[in-house]
Every structure is written in structure tokens, then in C-alpha cells.
Design a protein around this ligand. Structure first.
Ligand code: C2E
Ligand code: MG
Ligand code: MG
Length: 622
């Protein structure tokens, strides 16, 4: 081995045969060194001693350098015998001292390492090792540097680089790349998984779905389910994001526990999950799994010391029937999911071709809605609200109408949610407010006007400033303006909604809680925020005659409102029996087709008169 002698520009020769310990060049051995100049005649002992000392110093440095390298190093000669190795090399392979002595055959080191890693002591194994050595040697003989990665059973990952030496031997460099490999693996894992729930992400689901579609045998069938959690936002809003995260994890676990090992579960994002259900013979099997999932996900969740209730809606698409691409199947499962949500959530549906029509209608509506204001297709109608005890009409609720040129009259229950999703509700809502304020100042009687506001309007922009502006521009008394916000919207509200409500109250307008009873009984907000009125949802009024529970709910809601000193209003009164029923519960404010259907602004006066006449007639009859 050649070592550079720092003292003079010549090389010292390290005699391997005589090196006392392999892997550690001799610290001092004057016999290692060739005479400084063989032809220069006799050398005095002082020069030799000085030379030996220098060499010994040099070897000591070499040893320090070798053993402090961040990489393992070993060097072999042309006969495939060890020349030198460092401490890290020894440590990586756990080599005993005797296998690090100079001259140790590479094959012995390899056999020891293989046995250490659990290889069998068989002829085949030895043959395999020999082949590997031949391959190794061949690469090196061709002067090629090559690398390979070793995965040790202790978990370490070692990158080995073999470099040929000029005299036919080679140098092995061992780099411990365990951490780098783990980081790479983590990055690779993250590219395909959701770190929170530790299940597949959208990318991985699409990939898997396509693979399974491509693998379908003739007559085979698979299903993709999109699971959307109902009221998940409510958990986040009321219990905090940590609880929301815990619910998502629990959902992932519940889904994974219920599906078969061959099925594939992932999170599409937000509160949406997907399942690729393979190896089924009919769509009915998919429907069965979906029913079980809905039931399982419905059970209460215990998170961070609280109990959380959510539900699940599921849309299903089946291959090959509904398509043979991952994109098409997911899109169709999503359309089926929209139908489930439209039908009140908490169940599952398999895709039907008319879902497509509904989805494209949604797209048409969304596009046309933007231009509806400009094209003057929107209009407001007004429905009177009466105080039956006082015998007066207290106000009218403004209700939006859209006359679509080809689709005809579209209900606000259909287009308002679409406008909320696309954001056009902001522009539409501003128009409604403007129109309602200006219409109301034109009415002969100074009755109130109630305007429905969407939660989206509360969450964006300065709603109070907009209301203040319309009050000033129309000259409407703020006390005549009532703003209705639905209970469901309130549950989806964020802190900005409550700030906006405070500001509105400061302007002197009234706040009404609409559709009370539909928003999943969390009555806490009734303490947080005082409303001027609570409107009991018409679904309960409608059921009063036939269902005792509806009657009980109306009674309880009216009682609650009165206890909180808030005026209850019963909406959707269609008949005398319902009117008498709500009056019995102590609810004196009512609204409904029984008295009057919504009418255009210029018919409000006549509508008010009609309501009063009806009330008088009823009273006289009673
Ligand atoms: P809502 O605020 O609860 O309005 C009352 C709904 O009940 C109206 O439906 C009204 O026509 C209907 N209604 C009134 N009396 C009866 C009755 O006796 N029987 C029955 N079956 N229904 C009755 P409409 O006009 O279709 O509005 C539906 C919903 O659309 C409204 O429910 C409200 O949430 C929303 N909406 C309407 N106009 C607007 C608006 O300008 N802005 C916003 N953001 N939402 C609006
Ligand atoms: Mg309303
Ligand atoms: Mg309502």
C-alpha cells in the first residue's frame, strides 16, 4: 500500500504481510519502510530512526483518518483478499477481529455476512455467493465502478460503492443511507397516503381503481363508493379541529374494519372517503356494503372526552356497467352522492343515468344564474305573517323567484344552494335586500319585511355595511327589517357570522331564526345569541294533524321560545286544524298558504286585506 510521506516527496511502502493487525496499519515498524534511497549507499542509523519515526507518525494519522471516516471502507487485492478496512466497515457487518486481518479472503467475509443475515448454510447458498463474487469481480475487471444497496436485518440500509484499483483489486465504500432511505420512503408514502388517517389519498385511490378495472375478468364486477360525512363541519365548529381530526381517524378505522381485505379504502379529501370494492358479482353486494357502512358510521363517536354524532351519505358506481375508467366511475359515484344529499342524506344510492341529467342541470343553473339578475329573470314575492291574537298582519317575508327562459320557474330551494356553492348568492342576496327594502317603503301599511340571508353572505364581506347602505338609500326604518337565517346555516357558521349578527342588531334590525328544528338540536346558540323570533319549520306544522310527535315538537319549540322571551312563528299553515293546533301551543304568529300564497309587491296591500278577512271569518265561525 502506498502512503504519502509528508516529510519528503517520495512514497513509503506499507508491507501488508507484516502489518500486525489488519484494518490497522502498523503504528511503527521500521521494517515497513524501504530505505529512503536504496542506491545511495549505507544509511546512518540516525536517518533510519528519523525515517521510521516519521513513518510511524504517518501511520498513526492514517489510522485516525481511516477510523474516523463517516463511511465504511475496505480494500481488496487482485487475489480477492483483504488489504485494509476501517472500524466502521467492521461495525456495519459485525465482523469478528479475525475476519479483518490482512489476507482474509473476500469469500469468507461474504459467507460470514450472509450467515449473519440469516442465509442458510447450504451448497446452493455458497454457490449463490460465489456467483455474486464472480459478478462483482467481472464488473471490476472491466474497470466499472458499481453500487448496490444492502438492506440489513437490523434495519440499516447500506449503499456500497465498489471501485476497481489499478492493480486488479478494489475498494468498497459503505455509506449508511438508513435515514435518507427512510425519508425517501416517507416521501413516497406521503405521495400516496393521507398522513392524518394513514389510508390512501385521492391519487392512490385513482391508481388502484384503474388497476382493478384493468384487471376485471369477463363477467366480473367492482364498485367504487364515495362516502361523504354528514354534519362533519358541525363537529369541527362545536368541538374544535382536534376533535374533527379524531373523528376522521375513527371513520377511517371503522371503514377499514368493515370492508374485506381485498377492498381498498382511501380518503378523497375533506370529509370524503372512497372504497374500491373488488370481486363482487352484482351491484346488490355494493348496496349491501353501503348500508352496513351507513349504519356503522352513524354510531356516536367518543372523541377527546366528548360525544360527536355524524352520519354518512354514499354514492356508488359500478364497473363495467358505469364505465371503465377511474375518472368516469368516481364522477358517477359523485353524481349518485349528490342525489343522496338532495334526498336528505344518511343513506346510499347507486348511480342512475338521470343523475347525469340532474348534474348537467346543476351546471346549466349555475351558469345561467350569474346572468339572471342582469336579464331581469329574478323577482321577489311576499307572504304575509300574522299575529292571530292581535288580529294584525305584522309583516311579509320576501321570497325569491327565478323565471328561467327554458326551464321555467325554478324553486329557491333548488337554486339557492347552487348559488351558495358558486358564490353568486352574494350578488343575488344584495339584489334581494335592495329590492325588498325599496318595495317595503312603498307599501301603504308600515309592516315589517323579512329577508332570507344565506350563511355565505354572513361569512363574506361587510354585511352590516351593506344593510346600513340599503336602509339609508331606501329610507326604510331599521326596525321594519327582519333578517332570517336558517338554523342549518347557523350551524355551519363561523365566528364572522356572529360578529355580523351583532353589528346588524346594533343597526336596529331584527334577527329571526328560520327553519327551527331542522338543524340537529344543538341549542347552545340560543344562549350565545338572542333572536327576536324563532320560526318553527313547516315540516313539523305539516305533520301536526297526523303525528303526535310533531305536535309535541311544535309545543316544545313554542315553549322554548317563550321561555327565552322570543316570539315563536309557525310557518307553513295550510289548514284550519293546523292553525288551531299551533294556537293551542301558545304560538300566536303564523304564516302559510291557508291565509295567503306569496304575492308580488304591488299585491301586498290586497294580500294583507285578504288575510285579515280570513282571520275575521275564522273568529266569527269559532
Ligand atoms: P323559508 O325561508 O322557510 O321560506 C318559506 C317557504 O315556505 C317558502 O318556500 C314558502 O313559499 C313556503 N311556504 C309558505 N307557506 C307554506 C305553506 O303553507 N305550505 C307549504 N308547503 N309551503 C309554504 P320557497 O319560496 O320555495 O322558499 C324556499 C326556501 O328558499 C326558503 O325557505 C328559503 O330558505 C329559501 N329562500 C327563498 N328566498 C330566498 C332569498 O331571497 N334568499 C335566500 N338566501 N334564501 C331564500
Ligand atoms: Mg325564511
Ligand atoms: Mg322557513
Amino acid at each position: 500500500m502506498l502512503l504519502y510521506d509528508w516529510g519528503k516527496p517520495h512514497f513509503a511502502f506499507l508491507d501488508m504481510e507484516r502489518t500486525p493487525k489488519m484494518g490497522r496499519p502498523a503504528a511503527h515498524d521500521d521494517a515497513f519502510a524501504a530505505p529512503p534511497d536504496a542506491h545511495a549507499g549505507p544509511v546512518d542509523t540516525e536517518t533510519l530512526a528519523a525515517h521510521a519515526q516519521k513513518l510511524s507518525q504517518l501511520n498513526a494519522w492514517f489510522e485516525i483518518a481511516l477510523n474516523n471516516m463517516a463511511r465504511g471502507l475496505s480494500m481488496f487485492d487482485a487475489e480477492r483478499r483483504l488489504i485494509v478496512c476501517n472500524a466502521l466497515y467492521r461495525e456495519i457487518y459485525g465482523l469478528p477481529e479475525e475476519l479483518t486481518l490482512p489476507g482474509t479472503p473476500f469469500s469468507r467475509i461474504l459467507a460470514y455476512h450472509a450467515a449473519n443475515e440469516g442465509a442458510a448454510n447450504t451448497i446452493e447458498e455458497l454457490r449463490r455467493q460465489q456467483l455474486w463474487i464472480e459478478h462483482h469481480a467481472q464488473e471490476l475487471t472491466h474497470g466499472r465502478t458499481f453500487t448496490h444497496t444492502q438492506y440489513l436485518k437490523n434495519g440499516r440500509v447500506i449503499l456500497v460503492t465498489n471501485q476497481p484499483l489499478a492493480d486488479g483489486g478494489w475498494v468498497d465504500i459503505q455509506e449508511d443511507i438508513t435515514e435518507r432511505t427512510l425519508a425517501d420512503e416517507r416521501i413516497g408514502w406521503l405521495a400516496r397516503h393521507c398522513p392524518l388517517t394513514e389510508i390512501a389519498n385521492r391519487f392512490h385511490i385513482c391508481e388502484k381503481l384503474q388497476t382493478e378495472i384493468d384487471r376485471l375478468k369477463p363477467g366480473g364486477c367492482l364498485a367504487v363508493h364515495i362516502v361523504d360525512l354528514d354534519h362533519f363541519k358541525h363537529v369541527n365548529d362545536t368541538l374544535g379541529h382536534a376533535a374533527g381530526d379524531a373523528v376522521l381517524k375513527a371513520v377511517a378505522k371503522r371503514i377499514s374494519a368493515i370492508v374485506r381485505d381485498t377492498d381498498f379504502v382511501g380518503r378523497l379529501g375533506g370529509d370524503e372517503f372512497a372504497i374500491v370494492q373488488t370481486d363482487i358479482t352484482s351491484p346488490e353486494q355494493a348496496a349491501g356494503l353501503a348500508r352496513r357502512l351507513v349504519a356503522t358510521l352513524n354510531a356516536p363517536y367518543r372523541v377527546l372526552g366528548s360525544s360527536a354524532g355524524i352520519g354518512a351519505s354514499i354514492g356508488i358506481a359500478v364497473a363495467p356497467e358505469h364505465g371503465l375508467s377511474a375518472d368516469a366511475l368516481l364522477r358517477k359515484a359523485d353524481m349518485a352522492l349528490s342525489r343522496v344529499k338532495g334526498c336528505g342524506r344518511g343513506s346510499s344510492c347507486i348511480y342512475r343515468p338521470d343523475d347525469e341529467a340532474m348534474a348537467s342541470e346543476r351546471v346549466v343553473i349555475e351558469g345561467d344564474l350569474r346572468a339572471a339578475i342582469e336579464r331581469r329573470q329574478l323577482a321577489l314575492v311576499y307572504q304575509p305573517i300574522l299575529d292571530v291574537e292581535a288580529g294584525v298582519v305584522t309583516g311579509c317575508e320576501a321570497l325569491l323567484r327565478w323565471h328561467h327562459p327554458t326551464l321555467g320557474s325554478i324553486s329557491p330551494s333548488t337554486f339557492v344552494p347552487i348559488a351558495e356553492r358558486s358564490g353568486s348568492i352574494l350578488e343575488i342576496g344584495a339584489w334581494v335586500l335592495h329590492r325588498a327594502c325599496h318595495d317595503a317603503v312603498g307599501w301603504s301599511a308600515p309592516i315589517n319585511v323579512a329577508v332570507n340571508f344565506s350563511a355565505v353572505q354572513f361569512a363574506h364581506g361587510d354585511l352590516a355595511a351593506l344593510v346600513a347602505h340599503e336602509l339609508v338609500s331606501s329610507g326604510l326604518d331599521p326596525a321594519r327589517l327582519e333578517i332570517e337565517i336558517s338554523e342549518a346555516a347557523l350551524l355551519r357558521a363561523d365566528p364572522r357570522t356572529f360578529e355580523a349578527m351583532e353589528k346588524l342588531r346594533a343597526l336596529g334590525v331584527r334577527l329571526v331564526l328560520d327553519d327551527f328544528g331542522t338543524g340537529f338540536a344543538c341549542l347552545d346558540y340560543l344562549r350565545t345569541f338572542i333572536f327576536d323570533k324563532i320560526k318553527i319549520d313547516r315540516a313539523f306544522i305539516g305533520g301536526m294533524a297526523e303525528r303526535r310527535d310533531s305536535m309535541a315538537i311544535v309545543g316544545a319549540a313554542a315553549g322554548l321560545a317563550k321561555a327565552l322571551d322570543i316570539g315563536p312563528v309557525a310557518e307553513g299553515i295550510e289548514g284550519l286544524a293546523q292553525l288551531n293546533g299551533v294556537r293551542e301551543t301558545g304560538c300566536r304568529q303564523v304564516q302559510g298558504f291557508y291565509f295567503c300564497r306569496p304575492v308580488p309587491s304591488d299585491e301586498v296591500e290586497a294580500a294583507v286585506a285578504q288575510c285579515l278577512a280570513k282571520l275575521e271569518a275564522d273568529t266569527a265561525a269559532a
